[in-house]
Design a protein around this ligand. Structure first.
Ligand code: HAM
Length: 419
């Protein structure tokens, strides 16, 4: 029996890893520029972290977690997201006393959700996320939006996705809104889908997320949450909208956005590709989560962007031209010159050139064929004669031009140009 990979998991092969590396490079650059520090947390955590942190009534916790008992009988869960894990690490490591506030952290990594596999929806997927702790100011929300938007801009996909924002208020105004929503919905409840009926009791806000046509119709005239915000939540939301306008960041207000995780409050947002029907990222404020997980009350805000989905966008829109490929230099040698050539091979590698050598002990002709297949830019030939004369032959594989030059690193560099 052949062993194959698990459903919903993918092997990311070399032709794609270069796209991932390109995205990860932009992420690292942006986080350095924003002084956001990297954090790495475990791939599995105590199940309770997610049931308390993300919320028992969410689809993620209810239906999608990879949970198992380990050999010590502990209930363990593969992380379905990383915010809860970062909050746990923030509390457990006493970061608030180690790093000046606001503490700004970023991560990338794999997450696991038992979902129905489709394009852009996997059981193992990867996110880039940012979490800020300690600032209750709307300016912290703005900085998270700016950082995520900057990534989309650098990848040339900012105009391919829509930034949709909403405010889901604080505990107080949300409760008032939920009462209004339930009052409005009760007479229609029998006409709604089964999921909405359950959500009506357990998590009424999530009804706004329903994709069923019959429910969407009923929701069209439902009260909207932004009409029920208290002064503080409303001011925050207005400040965010005004600032986005001043920064020329296009957005729409979508009062149906509630997010699929329970920890959010105040402003929430999503980046959505309408064309491809994909949510590319999402985030918002979660001022209660640190205290819910046992820490000191600390305001927080963050986002997560799905890297798998960013890769899909880059491919769909043919935006891969910015991925820089190093020139490939092939050293064509024989048994007697291989070791001597390594001196030059290593010097070039140290200078960041991509260099291939004859590790399969091929013949002269077979090496030339191989260099062609590799799509090498230059072939440097070092045979016994060349060594004797302290020179090498260098062939430009693009033009076919071949010449003899001095066997020294500066002459080689001059001929092949930048890496
Ligand atoms: P989320 O909306 O659940 O938020 O996920 C963020 C992004 O991860 C989604 O917009 C999507 O691009 C990607 N994603 C989610 N599930 C899958 C999947 N099954 N396959 C491929 N991509 C997927 C969170 O996880 C929050 N922790 C974000 C956050 C950070 N909020 C505050 N801080």
């Amino acid at each position: 029996m052949n062993i194959v990979r698990q459903k919903g998991c993918r092997d990311i092969l070399p032709e794609d890893t270069k796209i991932w590396q390109y995205i990860e490079e932009q992420i690292r650059d942006i986080c350095k520029e924003y002084n956001i520090k990297e954090i790495r947390t475990p791939v599995f955590e105590a199940t309770e972290l997610y049931s308390r942190g993300v919320g028992d009534e969410t689809d993620i916790v209810n239906k999608e977690m990879y949970t198992f008992l380990d050999k010590g009988n502990r209930s363990i869960t593969l992380r379905p997201e990383l915010t809860a894990g970062v909050v746990r690490a923030y509390i457990e490591n006493g970061l608030s006393s180690k790093i000046p506030s606001p503490i700004k952290l970023w991560y990338t990594g794999n997450m696991y959700r038992y979902e129905k596999m489709q394009k852009g929806r996997y059981r193992e997927f990867s996110q880039f996320g940012v979490e800020f702790f300690g600032s209750s100011s709307y300016l912290a929300d703005i900085e998270t939006i700016c950082a995520s938007y900057e990534l989309l801009k650098r990848l040339n996909i900012a105009d391919k996705v829509e930034l949709a924002i909403n405010s889901i208020g604080c505990d107080k105004c949300r409760k008032e809104y939920i009462d209004k929503l339930k009052n409005y919905l009760s007479p229609y409840l029998n006409d709604m889908c089964d999921t909405c009926k359950i959500r009506f009791e357990k998590n009424p806000l999530r009804i706004l997320d329903c994709k069923e046509e019959k429910c969407k119709k009923i929701l069209n005239s439902a009260p909207v949450i932004t009409d029920s915000l208290c002064d503080e939540c409303s001011n925050d939301f207005n400040n965010i909208k005004n600032t986005l306008e001043k920064l020329n960041i296009n957005y729409i207000v979508d009062t149906r956005i509630v997010r699929g995780l329970d920890y959010y409050n105040k402003t929430v947002y999503e980046y959505v590709s309408k064309d491809l029907e994909l949510a590319v990222g999402g985030g918002g404020r979660y001022d209660k989560l640190v205290s819910v997980l046992g820490g000191v009350n600390t305001p927080a805000v963050g986002f997560g962007i799905g890297i798998d989905r960013v890769v899909i966008l880059l491919k769909e829109y043919g935006l891969l031209d910015n991925i820089k490929n190093n020139k490939i230099i092939y050293f064509l040698t024989d048994d007697s010159t291989y070791i001597k050539s390594l001196e030059y091979v290593n010097s070039l590698r140290n200078l960041n050139y991509t260099v291939e050598t004859n590790i399969q002990e091929r013949s002269f002709n077979a090496q030339l064929k191989y260099a062609n297949k590799l799509n090498a830019d230059f072939v440097i030939i070092i045979g016994e004669d060349e060594i004797k004369n302290n020179e090498c032959s260098i062939k430009n594989m693009r033009t076919g031009e071949q010449s003899k030059i001095k066997l020294d690193i500066n002459s080689i560099k001059e001929k092949i140009g930048n890496a």
